[in-house]
Design a protein around this ligand. Sequence first.
Ligand SMILES: [Zn+2]
Length: 460
Amino acid sequence: MFNTYYQKSDINALLKMFALKKTEFLSVKQLKNLQTKRFKKLLNHVLQYSKFYQWYYKKHGITIDNIENISVTDLPPINKELMMNHYDDFVCDRFLKRKNIEKFLSYSKDPREKYHNIYTVIHTSGSSGIIGLFVYGPEDWAVIKALAAIRVVKPPPHLPRRIKSAYIGATDGHYAGVSLACDVPKLWARFLPLSINSPLETIDHKSNAFYPDVLSGSTSGVHLLSQEQLKGNITIRPERIICTSEPLTYGIRDTIKKAFGREPVNLYAASESLSMAVQCKRQENLHLFTDWHIFEAVDDDLRPVAAGTPGNLLLTNLYNYTQPLIRYQMHDEVAINEPPCGCRLPFPTMRTLAGRQEEFLWFDTADGKRDYLHPSLLVELFVVGLKKFQIIQTQRNKMLMKVILDGNQEAVLAAIRQRMGEIYREKKLDTTVKLDFEIVHYIPNDPKTGKFKLIIPLKN
Ligand SMILES: [Zn+2]
């Protein structure tokens, strides 16, 4: 019991913060060694305490007796469905039962409330059709709190009082963002949740009255506040602005900067790990926290892709000993670069993610290689008079752009042509990829999902 009390304490989080700071001064090789050491320890743990992992790895010939030379890539990947179907066997803490956790979530809407006063429970909304539960024990949670504090929030040191931290987003449940944001040490900070679903007037009033030093939240939430500030409805001056959950596009970034006079920081986080990467202060790239995670980019057949090439993310969370995720398939597309970015941090970088649902378009280049158009270029395409569009790859090196136009059609079309030409030229695809236009009045949604699809790549 004393142990739990200590694990939950601010002192534990503080000591972890010091350790994390020290890690930032390791060499790339030392960092890799630390990661390997932590991976081995976790593997040993799951083979002792998780019935699921014992069974699942045994099928692949891996048992606790022969893990000496096993590396992470030797292990079979897992996914959310597999985890949830075997939940009670999956977790390493026998006390945890899916049914009971779900019962807790059905009545507890306060993200500050811990399950049995010990565990932090996070649930996902289930946009993939599968509800996900993610439980963190107090020691696991202390790591994540420290990571967020020291590498993301980095509190302004000059304040002679407690920091005021506001979070805007979904706040009425055990969602990832608010669960982490609300759990700041009380000695250190005051917290204000701003529900994105409350009336704008209420949000404005609360923001002004609280006057936060740190503003975090879903990108769309922070964007909303920046628009309110530009309209003069709020006048706040946060020193740190952290955007997460949704893509931070150039347009949104600009609006936030204009409103608050500060650059927002892009944080990559999910229920599977609440702090995985944060934007480098020198550039657009995000630094991956490889001291407490292993990140792999793989293709659709789960084979590793070359460094710098986009792939699907396999995540290994090295600090969650309660519900360990090893080679867990995320639904995010990433491009991981191994060499450090040039700042002093030893962490590899990941290219900023565009719309998570949007797909990359691949083409043949003039010199016979393959290259892609990043969806962010298309997600953020802005041409006056272009109301809505859709891009369909009709052949290997041919695209059709369906456009709904406003105003002088010829002039708008010429402007789109010019902008798309620039995008292709930058990527050196202008001589090989053909682009056709079709002016339409309506673009139907995807009949399968019922949702609008901006980019439709060629099948196979
Ligand atoms: Zn950097």
